[in-house]
Design a protein around this ligand. Structure first.
Ligand code: AGP
Length: 596
C-alpha cells in the first residue's frame, strides 16, 4: 500500500527527483513520508546517510535541507505495524547509519527476527516490522556485498515484501520483491525504481516489471538482474508504457477525482471506437471461456465488486448465470474450484491482495483466469491467462471513477460478444454524451447546492432496483469514502425489511429511477421513505412528484447506469468539498490495497 521511489544516476538533485516521485505516488499511502540520501560534503554526520521524515501528507513540505546527491530513495507510508510517527516512517537505517531501506509489505516473522537482532546488540528506533531489514542487512554486509546481503536477508523474510536498499558512499541500488509491485524505469545512464509505472512517466516509458524472486542491481552505471534465491543471472525484457505523462497530472482540475470523472466520456468513446474496429480487446476470448465454463465467478473488492454485481444482472439478461464474490470472502464462499470453472477478476490496480488470493487458488486448481485491470504489468495482469487492459489511463484519486466506468463498459462488451440483441439500442456515443451532460455545470451546481444542504447530516441512503441496486451501493461507497458521511446503498425492496427504521425527518435519500422495468418499484420505495420524512433526491430521466429534488439524466436504456454513476460520483465529491475534505486522499485509505 506504500509508495516507493528511488533514483541513481548523473543528476545531482536525486533527493528532489525522489521527492517529486513520492508526490506522484502519495495516493498509495499518505500517513507519513521520508527520503534518504548521501551526506553532503559539509555534513556533520559524514559517516551516516541522511534522512528527512515527516508525518502527514507531503503537502507544502520540502526537502531543502537534504544535500545534493546522485542517489536517493523515498517512501510514502500506509501504516500497518506501528503508529503514524516520524520514527516509524521510512526509510529505516541500520545501527551504524550506513544502510537504508524502504519496504512495502508485511514481514510475518519480524518478531522473531527482531528478538534475535536485539540479542546480538542491535538497537531499534521504530515499532515497524520493516526496520529489521536494515539491521539484517548490516549483519550480512559484514561478509557480503550489498546485492548478496539483500538476497540472504530476503530469504529470511516471511510474507509478501518489496525492498529497496542503498548504502553510504555508493551509487548502488538494490531491489527485490515477492508479491509487492516494483517497476524499474530505464533511462540512459540512470535508473528509477517505483512501486507504480505512472510515477516513472516524466522520466521514461521503458520499464521492467520486477517479477517475484528477482533482484535488480544498479551499480557503476550497469543494471543487472538475478534470481534472489540462487543469484543466477537473469535477463528480463523491458516494455514500453503507453500512458502519457500528462494523464498522471491534475492539469487545470482542482482534484484528480474531478479530472478523472471528466475523463469518462472520452474513455467511453475510445473503448467504443476500438471495440467497433475489433482491435486489441479480447472480448470473444473471454466470452468463449464464460460459455464453456461450468461455473463462472466474477471477483473484485470494493468498487470492483460492485462492478461484478452490476455485471451479474446484465449477464442474467442474456440467460447466463455468473456468481460475483467479494475477493476477501472467496476462499470461504466459493465451492472447490475445478478445471471446468472460470474466474474473472476485476481490479483497477491489479495489486489488491484480497483479489490476488482467489487468483492464486484458481491457479492451483487449474481453473482458467481472466482479468480486467488498469495498471499494465501489475501482479493480477501477470497471473491471469487472459488479461484485458481496460485502458483508462492512470487513476490517482483513491476513489475510483473512470476505472469503474471503463471496466463496466468492457464487461458489457463481453456480454455483447455473447448476445448482440441486448445491445441493439445501446449507443455508447450517446452514453458518452449523457455522461458529459450529467457532469455539466448546470448539474454540478445543483449537486453542489445539495451537498451544502446535507454536509452536516449523519446518514444518507441510496436506493436502486435491478441493475441500479449495485449502482446504489457504489454511490454509497463513494459518499462514505470521500465525505465520511455514513451512506448505505439499498435494494428498493429491502427498505421495509429494516432500513426504513432509520429514515427520519429530512434524511437525504437518493433514488435511482431509470426508465426501465424497475421504475414503478423505485418510485414506491421513494414514497415509503418520503412518508417517513425522507428528503428524496430522484436521479431519473423523468420527474415525479415524490422527488424533492430532481436530477435529470438522459434515457439511454441500460446505458443510463453510466449517467447515474456520473451523478453519484460527483455528489460524493461535492459532499467532500462542502466539508472541506481532500477527496483525493481520504483518511485511513490508500489506492492499492496490497495487504490482505
Ligand atoms: C473505490 O473507490 C475504492 N477506493 C476501493 O473500494 C477499490 O475499488 C478497491 O480497493 C479495489 O481496488 P482494485 O480495483 O484496485 O482491486
Amino acid at each position: 500500500m506504500c509508495g516507493i521511489f528511488a533514483y541513481s544516476g548523473p543528476k545531482s538533485n536525486a533527493p528532489e527527483t525522489v521527492f517529486e516521485g513520492l508526490k506522484s505516488l502519495e495516493y498509495r499511502g499518505y500517513d507519513s513520508w521520508g527520503v534518504v540520501t548521501q551526506p553532503g560534503e559539509s555534513s556533520l554526520q559524514p559517516k551516516s546517510l541522511v534522512v528527512k521524515k515527516r508525518i502527514g501528507k507531503i503537502g507544502t513540505n520540502n526537502i531543502n535541507e537534504l544535500p545534493s546527491s546522485h542517489i536517493a530513495i523515498g517512501h510514502t507510508r500506509w501504516a500497518t505495524h506501528g503508529k503514524v510517527t516520524e520514527l516509524n516512517a521510512h526509510p529505516h537505517l541500520s545501527c551504524d547509519g550506513k544502510i537504508a531501506i524502504v519496504h512495502n509489505g508485511i514481514i510475518e516473522n519480524f518478531v522473531k527476527l527482531q528478538a534475535d537482532l536485539r540479542a546480538s546488540g542491535h538497537k531499534f528506533v521504530s515499532e515497524t516490522d520493516s526496520e529489521v531489514i536494515a539491521h539484517l542487512l548490516e549483519e550480512e554486509r559484514k561478509t557480503s556485498d550489498l546485492p548478496t546481503a539483500l538476497r540472504n536477508v530476503f530469504s529470511k523474510l516471511k510474507g509478501l515484501n518489496a525492498v529497496i536498499a542503498m548504502e553510504l558512499n555508493s551509487d548502488t541500488l538494490v531491489a527485490t520483491t515477492n508479491g509487492s509491485p516494483l517497476v524499474i524505469g530505464i533511462a540512459k545512464g540512470e535508473i528509477y525504481m517505483a512501486s507504480d509505472p505512472s510515477a516513472l512517466l516524466p522520466y521514461t516509458t521503458e520499464v521492467i516489471f520486477l517479477e517475484d524472486g528477482v533482484i535488480a542491481i544498479w551499480s557503476e552505471n550497469m543494471l543487472r538482474f538475478a534470481s534472489t534465491k540462487t543469484g543466477k543471472k537473469l535477463e528480463p525484457t523491458s516494455q514500453q508504457i503507453t500512458w502519457k505523462a500528462q494523464s498522471a497530472e491534475k492539469g487545470a482540475f482542482a482534484h484528480f477525482m474531478l479530472k478523472e470523472m471528466h475523463e469518462q466520456a472520452a474513455i467511453i468513446r475510445s473503448i467504443a471506437k476500438k471495440a467497433e474496429s475489433n482491435s486489441n480487446f479480447d472480448y470473444k476470448k473471454l466470452a468463449d471461456r464464460i460459455k464453456k465454463a461450468r461455473h463462472c465467478y466474477l471477483v473484485g473488492c470494493g468498487s470492483s465488486w460492485f462492478i461484478a454485481r452490476i455485471a451479474q444482472y446484465v449477464f442474467a439478461k442474456i440467460g447466463v448465470l455468473i456468481t460475483p464474490i467479494v475477493g476477501s470472502e472467496f476462499l470461504e464462499a466459493a465451492p472447490a474450484l475445478s478445471k471446468d470453472d472460470f474466474l474473472i477478476v476485476l481490479s483497477q490496480s491489479g495489486e489488491t491482495m484480497d483479489s490476488i488470493k482467489p487468483v492464486k487458488l484458481a491457479k492451483k486448481s487449474g481453473t482458467g483466469i481472466g482479468a480486467l485491470v488498469n495498471v499494465p504489468g501489475s501482479s493480477i495482469s501477470r497471473l491471469a491467462d487472459i488479461t484485458l487492459l481496460i485502458e483508462a489511463g492512470p487513476e490517482k484519486a483513491v476513489a475510483t471513477t473512470k476505472a469503474f466506468t471503463a471496466t463496466l463498459m468492457h464487461l458489457l462488451l463481453v456480454v455483447k460478444a455473447m448476445d448482440e440483441k441486448l445491445f441493439s439500442k445501446l449507443d455508447f456515443n450517446k452514453v458518452a454524451y449523457g455522461v458529459e451532460r450529467a457532469l455539466s455545470t448546470a448539474k454540478t451546481t445543483q449537486l453542489d447546492r445539495l451537498a451544502k444542504k446535507f454536509q452536516n447530516d449523519e446518514h444518507l441512503f441510496c436506493l436502486g432496483r435491478g441493475v441500479s441496486f449495485p449502482v446504489a451501493q457504489e454511490a454509497a461507497l463513494k459518499v462514505k469514502e470521500v465525505s465520511y458521511l455514513h451512506a448505505e446503498g439499498l435494494a428498493g425492496g429491502e427498505l421495509k425489511h429494516g432500513p426504513l427504521a432509520l429514515i427520519t425527518e429530512g434524511t437525504p435519500c437518493v433514488v435511482l429511477a431509470p426508465n426501465d422495468e424497475t421504475y414503478a418499484d423505485a418510485i414506491s420505495g421513494a414514497m415509503e421513505m418520503k412518508a417517513r420524512g425522507g428528503f428524496i433526491i430522484g436521479i431519473s430521466p423523468q420527474t415525479h412528484q415524490v422527488f424533492d429534488e430532481f436530477i435529470a439524466v438522459d434515457d439511454l436504456g441500460l446505458g443510463t447506469i453510466f449517467l447515474e454513476l456520473a451523478v453519484v460520483q460527483y455528489f460524493g465529491y461535492a459532499l467532500a468539498i462542502a466539508k472541506g475534505l481532500d477527496p483525493d486522499m481520504p483518511r485511513n485509505l490508500a489506492k492499492s490495497v496490497t495487504v490482505g
